[in-house]
Design a protein around this ligand. Structure first.
Ligand SMILES: [Fe+2]
Length: 225
């Protein structure tokens, strides 16, 4: 009779990775969130400081690698003259993240939102009903998430109890970092999706964000960011 190997418990649902290509670790059944910390080039950072102070319509579109550049340039043509170099760096950075998302999740296109956020969006901690979502807060406060418990079963029981989270349980993604969140519809998940919420920005000194959101185009997206 074959010996049964005991199933391994999930002990760490967040992973920090050194390379953006390693963000695919989020597909591991025990991982809920993968974060790539990075520093943006100073030219791009300076450009984003100008960008965040402008009012313009959000870029929101179904995007493939074939149509992204044209859609982006049509939408943001007026910003090129500020700094053609930084403008191209931003366009290239977003393109590379879309490419990474498409490759990682084997989708043909994505739903992309890029623009200014100046309202509190999802103010309560929640799990979203998508499979995976990529976010990058290029400027401003990043997404908040709950670090959980070493024993995810204990943590899941805790979620059901509706007890508020302590400050030291709340983590926050840093400006310019790239993060992939696992949602409640991800296949093979053992732990049910990352508990997260949007940062509180209204009335704070950092009351605007420049946010990029990338979703796969195969599932309806039901909730915010
Ligand atoms: Fe959300």
């Amino acid at each position: 009779m074959p010996t049964q190997v005991p199933e391994q418990a999930c002990t760490e649902h967040c992973r920090y990775v050194n390379y953006s290509s390693d963000l695919e670790i989020v597909k591991d059944p025990c991982v809920n969130i993968a974060i790539h910390h990075r520093e943006l080039p100073s030219e791009l950072d300076h450009f984003l400081n100008i960008f965040i102070s402008k009012d313009f319509e959000k870029f929101s579109a179904d995007v493939s690698l074939d149509n992204f550049e044209e859609l982006f340039e049509n939408h943001f043509a007026e910003f090129r003259s500020i700094s053609p170099l930084a403008y191209d760096l931003l366009k290239e950075d977003i393109y590379e993240l879309i490419k990474l998302f498409i490759k990682t999740f084997n989708v043909s296109s994505t739903r992309v939102m890029f623009g200014i956020v100046d309202k509190n969006m999802c103010t309560k901690f929640h799990v979203d009903m998508y499979d995976y979502r990529m976010l990058c807060t290029y400027k401003g406060l990043g997404t908040c998430w709950i670090k959980g418990d070493k024993d995810m079963e204990v943590f899941n029981q805790r979620l059901l109890s509706d007890k508020p989270f302590d400050e030291d349980e709340i983590q926050q993604v840093k400006e310019s970092d790239v993060v992939i969140l696992k949602g409640g519809l991800a296949p093979n998940s053992k732990i049910g999706g990352i508990v997260h919420k949007s940062p509180h920005i209204e009335g704070s000194s950092q009351n605007r964000r420049v946010l990029l959101r990338i979703d796969g185009n195969s599932l309806p997206v039901m909730f915010g960011r």
